[in-house]
Design a protein around this ligand. Structure first.
Ligand code: NAD
Length: 273
């Protein structure tokens, strides 16, 4: 999927399937990320908050792939919503990851009540203009947050990374993204594993001969969203990447989308301040 911040000559393309690293301990991170890369993942999602950027960096350095084969995302910490601190933390992210140029940097949470939404986005634009990141975006932003920062700066975030899975399909926000030209990234695409025993998901899994996790991830891909499921188990990391040899039909997609109950497993953006 192409992101808007690339120039015509140097488009920024994000692989639709990535590997998530939230709650992977520093101890387990290098091995898990190495396994993911060996199994074919080319997009890794980390964050300052996860405390594992240095170990992601080690996996990247040791994997033997040329830098331009990998797409690496990190995110600005909630405690760094102030220009000087944001600059320091962005420098620290590049150092920890061992990269000169990051592919995508996101504002992790809007911090709309306690922070300076527009000032933080202006600092992100500085990073983009410096050439040390190829695209910038946001996470957990609601429609009004997106409109506020775009109106103030004229720069549209390349992506908004939000919680999405069959129990929280986020249609209104996904429509806003389409209207604004923002790519949707789905975090907790498996609902942290909680929805894999849902009878509808299980029945589609039986009908297609694939696993519940594969069915849910395939549903995301066919909706056009970017996903990065997390696991530390090599067999599940492999399973979650085997998504390109089958298709869900319209009826199966609709039955899964109908599971929506606006249920969050993670925090609501207004609660994180
Ligand atoms: P997820 O939906 O990817 O679920 C992960 C859990 O599902 C695993 O811990 C495991 O218990 C289970 N699982 C994974 N594969 C499985 C399989 N094949 N079979 C059975 N069970 C399986 O949850 P997540 O880690 O919360 O989300 C994915 C990524 O999204 C994170 O690692 C992180 O990179 C990102 N994220 C971002 C934010 C944000 O605020 N921007 C918040 C949460 C997560």
């Amino acid at each position: 999927i192409e992101l808007i911040h690339g120039t015509a000559g140097r488009p920024v393309t994000i692989p639709q399937l990535g590997f998530g690293t939230y709650k992977i301990t520093p101890h387990d991170t290098e091995t898990a990320v190495r396994a993911a890369i060996e199994l074919g993942y080319r997009h890794i999602d980390t964050a300052q908050m996860y405390g594992n950027e240095a170990q992601v960096g080690k996996a990247i350095a040791g994997c033997g792939l040329p830098r331009d084969q990998l797409f690496i995302t990190s995110k600005l910490n909630n405690t760094a919503h102030e220009p000087a601190r944001a600059r320091e933390s962005f420098d620290a992210t590049l150092r920890a990851l061992g990269l000169e140029v990051l592919d995508l940097f996101l504002v992790h949470w809007p911090m709309a009540l306690s922070g300076d939404l527009i000032g933080t986005w202006a600092t992100m634009i500085e990073f983009l203009d410096s050439g040390r990141v190829r695209a910038i975006g946001v996470s957990n932003h609601q429609r009004e947050h997106l409109e506020t920062i775009i109106k103030a700066t004229g720069v549209t975030p390349a992506v908004n990374q939000i919680e999405i899975h069959p129990y929280l399909t986020q249609e209104p926000l996904r429509t806003a993204h389409r209207q604004l030209g923002i790519v949707t990234q789905a975090w907790s695409p498996l609902g942290r594993g909680h929805l894999l025993r849902d009878p509808v998901i299980e029945s589609v899994a039986r009908a297609t001969g694939h696993t519940s996790a594969q069915v849910v991830l395939r549903w995301h891909l066919q909706r056009g969203d970017v996903v990065f499921p997390k696991s530390v188990h090599p067999e599940r990391i492999a399973e979650n990447s085997q998504l390109f040899d089958f298709e869900l039909d319209d009826d199966q997609l609709a039955r899964i989308s109908a599971l929506n109950r606006d249920h969050r497993f993670g925090s609501h953006p207004d609660e994180v301040q």
